[in-house]
Structures are given as C-alpha cells and as structure tokens.
Design a protein around this ligand. Sequence first.
Ligand SMILES: [Zn+2]
Length: 424
Amino acid sequence: MRSSLVTGTLALATTLATAAQADVVDQHISVDVTQPDVTTIDLTVSFSATGTQSSLSTFTPAVPIVSAEVDGVPTTFGPHPTYPQYLTRIDFPSTLEAGDTAVIHVVMSGEASCSGSTTFCKRTADETIFTAGVPGAAWFLSDPFATDAFTGSVDVRILEGQTAVSGLGAPTVTSLGDGTESWTYAMGHPVTYVGLYVGTPDTITSQSGFDVTAYYDATVQDTPLVQQAVDVVSEVVPVYEGLYGTLPTDQARLIAVPSSFGFGAMGMLANVFVNSLVFTEQGSYLVEQGMAHELGHSWFGNLTSSDGPGGAFLGEGMAEYVGWRALGLLHGDAKRMAGMRMNAVWYMFGMPEGEDAPILSISQGAPGYVFVTYHKGALALRALEEQVGAEAFDEALAQLVTRGPGGASVAALVEDVATSSGFD
Ligand SMILES: [Zn+2]
C-alpha cells in the first residue's frame, strides 16, 4: 500500500544527511491522556554512544518538550540547527565517547499538534491516535537517520471505560482508583516503530486462525469490510509464519484511523493502522491485498529492513510479492496469478511516460516510484523465484528475516538465495 511507514522514513533519509547516531537500547514511554486538552508523555531512553557524541536528534514530537535530563543532569533542547522544521536536538551536558551509556529522560506536556489536512496523529477528549514518528508528530524518540530498534514498554493512563492498544501482546491493566486506569504493554522484542490507540471502539475478534482484533467505529467504517480484513489477517499470518518464521507476538490488531491520515495503511509488526478509506466501497478492493501486504511488512519492513539502496524495494516490493505468495497458498494459484498480473498491468500501463527507472535507484519523490518499487519490484522477485525454485526462495527469505531490523540489503538477499539454491 502507498505511503507505508518504511518508505516514509526512507523519504526523509534521502533528504537528510545520513549519519550514525547513538544505539538506543530501550525506551519506556509513559503517556497520560486523561485530561482532554493536555497530553503528557514521560520518556526514559537508555542508549549507548556509537562514536564521539554531544547530542541526540529525534523527529520533533507532537507534544512540546518541557524538560530533558541526561543521567539526571538537566540539559538543553531545541530545533536542530540544520533541519529546524523537522528535528529536535537534545544536547548532552558532557561529550560521550563510543561505548559510553547514558539515560535520557524527556518530559513532554501540553496540547498535541495533530491538526492539518494530512495528519499522522489525532488527539481529542474521546480518542487518541499516535503512529510512527514523523516530523512534528513523533511521540517517542525516533531516530531520523537510521533504523534503530529498541525494546521497552508503553504505559498509558486512560479513563475507565476506554481501551488502549500499543506494543506487543496483551496489556497489564491496573485500576488507579480515581476513575483512571494504567494499561501497560511490553515490547520484549526489538521494535523500530510503535503506535498508540486510545478510545471506546467497536471491536471484531477472529473466531479461528491467528488471534486478530479490529478496533473501529461502526458508524464510520463498513463492518462487513472490517470483518473481511480480520478474516484475511487471521488466515494469512499462519501462512507467513510457516514460510518466514514466527512473529514475536500471538496477537495482531487492526486499528482504523481517520481518512485525513497521510497513509493507506501503516504496519508496525502485527499492529496495522488502516485508513478509513479502505473500509468504504471505493477502497474495498484493497482489503484482501492490502491486509496481506501490510502483514507482510511484519517480516519485511519490521523484523528485517534495510536503510541502504534498495531499502524501499526490500520493504514494498517484498511485501507485495509475499502478499500474493501467501494468498496463492491459501486460495490457489489462480488468485496469485491474477494479483501478479495486476502488478504487471500497473507497471506496464500505469507508469507515467518516460518515468521507468532501475528498481534500486528510483527515489521516493519520482512519479514512477510506486510502479517501479511495488509492481516491478514484486515481479522481479517473482522472476527470481522462478529461477531458483519456490522452496529455495522461501528458505532464502526466511534467512533474510533473521538479519534483523536494518540488517537486510540486496547483497544479503543475493547471498541468502545463493546459499539456499546453490545458484551463484
Ligand atoms: Zn507497504
């Protein structure tokens, strides 16, 4: 699907100079949304320096930073000198050397700025949605320069009667005795991105297959289409797990977001934020292929990913390829063939005149980007599968996943295919 998280990050990576930052080890994110107009986020981040370092930058958060400390010493923060409109820089009281570890404590408090025609967050008295860190809408420390997966937790204070969704797996819920509750989600497996939903949603839970719950508004989204999405995810995840390895969670979640959100869907491991437009008549054709594609990002985009050239191809082309691979295994080869034929049709006839480009070098702003990266990318992977055999190719992709967030590359794919197939 267009405008996924992976490509959003890459778009910025291509406009910002790439430089190694610190290695963030864990983030404990504590959010309070019990006051209608004030959002408070208390962030504790452990990291180790990867070189001589005197500051750390993040995509600017949606909620204003009111204080920052490094190892208990108050420090300064402000707009990044080179990218003031995108990034906030937290300065260290003293310079760190490679291998030094430190803890940053940041408090954000105030009104969340989530307005605009294209949004990435929502904050009203009744509903809170934060998605992955993008400039101006971040809610945890989001490295603008490179993939940096972290473990940790999300702890959300909400009003009784509300539901909070974040992190991985089931929450621990504690009543605070004052009409509010604390919902804590662990992130025991490293994640690069995490989203948050708080509200009083309608829900649909899968009756068989993988455990999937959809959170939506039955007065806005079409319930049969949401049900279809739940069914697709509950079927497709076990197929992916058989092919590419198990997920670090036994629950998947679909969260419907307003149509103003700047993406079709954003998959963060097994949590997928889905634009409301998908659950309408015009978007309904996207439900099956879109859910298969987004869950494919759990393996290609989340469990492994690449910051290098070909990163978008290894995320988007791969999600498109594995989506049809899984749907073919579930519903027969004709389903897969029809889907990949559409990839070919989009590539051949959708491409704006003269905009074709090599898969590994097209930039995200280019008019041919979607046609080349998603459609030609998926076809190239399908051709490679034909060459080496489906089983060897499945094995190679499972091997690629073990390379972890930021660990994939086109060279790694070639190496894994060579190993599993015996081809050079
Ligand atoms: Zn995608």
